[in-house]
Unconditional design. Structure first.
Length: 280
């Protein structure tokens, strides 16, 4: 009998049949043995569930009666996985594909370092497979901003060291039952986005480390369900959730700067979105 801990990989799907099926195809090549895949369906109407059942009968599907968005869908999946004996949980966006060794690498990092709460992989743009999207995360409470380290850089191995990082991205992260028992699940009060940073900070304040593991590799298609990388929907929800996050965790002295700088940075993103829309 295998002594590997049981890992459940949780994907949330909402009318994303094609990308979800691509993700499941890549997960079939994963080398880690004791794993179970769960797709949480947020009340899709595109035939996703029947296609998953037909093409991937080994995949468990949890169908929800309404769209509970990222946090609610993932929380439903996490609860189901824990009820089924999961020792570790991987949250994985459905608009990703993975390297076959990604899970073994994440688990290896988790067990090779003390006090680890979460591990995140190196993530690339799917349509530019050598261009980095995430090589760790940085949070600035002074400016009210968070950013991906290495974003849009060509990968030349400059971020190939396992290290502590500011936050794990919900696009793909590994955590354990022990951590979840201690810090709880994702905060569903966020309208959308920033739930991962909130979760990471809660883990850090409980004494856990957040690790970036470059040997684990994932490719991301970017905000398919939100209408694209710089859609108005995404910019609006990122600003609202981000402001909520910093209002919750900032110290009193950060309030001297972060509200104004956060508005400035998000205003620049909005202007770039408007420019792109008007020059097409």
């Amino acid at each position: 009998m295998s002594t590997e801990p049981l890992v459940w990989i949780v994907l949330v799907n909402w009318n994303g049949g094609d990308v979800t099926l691509d993700c499941l195809a890549s997960l079939r090549a994963v080398t880690y043995g004791r794993r179970q895949i769960l797709v949480v369906d947020n009340a899709s109407t595109d035939g996703s569930v029947s296609a998953i059942h037909a093409q991937y009968p080994e995949v468990a599907v949890l169908s929800l009666p309404e769209n509970r968005r990222f946090a609610g869908g993932n929380n439903a999946g996490i609860r189901h996985a824990l009820d089924q004996g999961a020792e570790f949980i991987v949250l994985l966006n459905n608009d990703t594909t993975v390297d076959g060794t990604f899970l073994s690498r994440l688990m290896g990092a988790f067990h090779s370092h003390p006090n680890v709460g979460m591990v995140a992989p190196k993530i690339y743009y799917h349509d530019q497979p050598a261009t980095l999207w995430y090589a760790g995360g940085h949070i600035s409470f002074w400016t009210g901003t968070m950013r991906h380290i290495g974003i849009r850089e060509q990968d030349h191995g400059q971020y190939d060291v396992t290290c502590d990082t500011g936050y794990a991205t919900g696009c793909c992260l590994l955590t354990s039952r022990e951590v979840l028992d201690r810090i709880g699940l994702l905060d569903e009060s966020y309208s959308m986005y920033t739930e991962d940073a909130d979760w990471s900070v809660r883990a850090q304040r409980a004494g856990y480390r957040i690790l970036y593991e470059p040997g684990a590799k994932v490719w991301h298609k970017l905000s398919v369900s939100a209408g694209g990388h710089l859609s108005r929907f995404k910019l609006t929800h990122k600003f609202m959730s981000g402001f909520r996050f910093f209002a919750r965790y900032a110290s009193w002295y950060h309030w001297l700067t972060f509200p104004w700088l956060s508005i400035l940075v998000n205003g620049q993103s909005a202007l770039w979105y408007i420019f792109r829309r008007t020059t097409r």
